[in-house]
Design a protein around this ligand. Sequence first.
Ligand SMILES: [Mn+2]
Length: 422
Amino acid sequence: MAETFKYIHASDLHLDQPIRGVAELPPHLKSSLANAPYEAAFRVFDEAIAERVDFVLLSGDLFDPKTSGPRSFAFLIEQFNRLMERKITVYWVAGQVDPPNHLPSGMELPCNVITFSSSDVEVVQHHKNGTPVATIMGAAFAVDRDEFSDFFASPNTPFPIAFTHGEIEPALTEKSNIRYWAMGGRHTSLEKKTTDGWIVYPGTPQGRSVFETGSCGCTLAQVDGEQELRLSKIETDCIRWLPQIINVSEDTSVDALKNTLAERASKISRDAPQKNALIHWHLLTTGELNPSFRQAARRNALTEWLRTEFGAASHGCLWTTSVSIEPPKQLPGQWFDEDTILGEYLRAIGRFQNDERLGISLQEFLPKQFKHGSFAGMAQLTQETRAEILNESIMIGVDYMATDLSNDQPPTISSPDDPEST
Ligand SMILES: [Mn+2]
């Protein structure tokens, strides 16, 4: 029977990358948000120690030496030293931003850290009690890598692990005899079965934006005496992005919506107690546009209510980042037909919605000094953001220009001496 062993696989720590897209933040969440990337990475190394793993695989993008200060590197050295004291080896393969051979000068890695900086495959065998248990074939990220045939092991190689960063097609892993593809470069986790084993992207230990939703962490792999592999996910994130979609029909009342939101909020708390969450509530209109939520001011009031009700705790806090509404596919026909500024405005947006070939050029609105460089990129719309912006433009137009406010006014309390009150 072969020696058993286990390892933790993590990637894309991006220590220097802050959490993005949260405009207003209460004081009680500020420090936990600022420290979340470090906190999550710390948990990865903590788990390695608690699980008494044999080694740790770090599949690149740990931090960007060009943009980060000394904190990231000092933090990593500290963690590597903690692992060294416990005789845990660290394998680190270069991702897109962190070639280990480009580390700040004068900074030295502890001797338990083995790096892979070349884009050619280098092979290292990991030994346990004098026998080789795993064969690590590491190669740094390469922009032009389109084949993976160099990652290949002969049938009797001890547990072959391919170790790199970038995108891979499962078809390219066939006949490689690789048991585990330790990949990096995707920020959301992914496990895929291959003919010989698994492709694993553990994802980032801490989601940074609304595009990195749900639980984040690292992967624990255990290989038993029969060479069978067992995978499990370990959650390490401190703050979780949990966007929510709520259906709203034309006659949903504000109170009914608040009940639905409260139910959803308590379900989130039950599923992940003690976990701070950032929530964007997206109201999806079924039927016709609900007049109670069509004005931005009403949605802002809802945001305030959500923050007060569920966002006050410093543990298990559900912080509402925003409330948005998606207009129904069909707005009242007369709005489009009416001979008003709103009618003309909606007809113009409709033309853009119906013809994707109609480009939206925002470049011309950029101030002269921002026409080139990184700002210019923000004026380029993807198909998805184009649809989103058109939707939002409709809501802004309706908000400012729709005249039929008869159902929109908040209920007024009638005074007793008003002859018309009943
Ligand atoms: Mn990355």
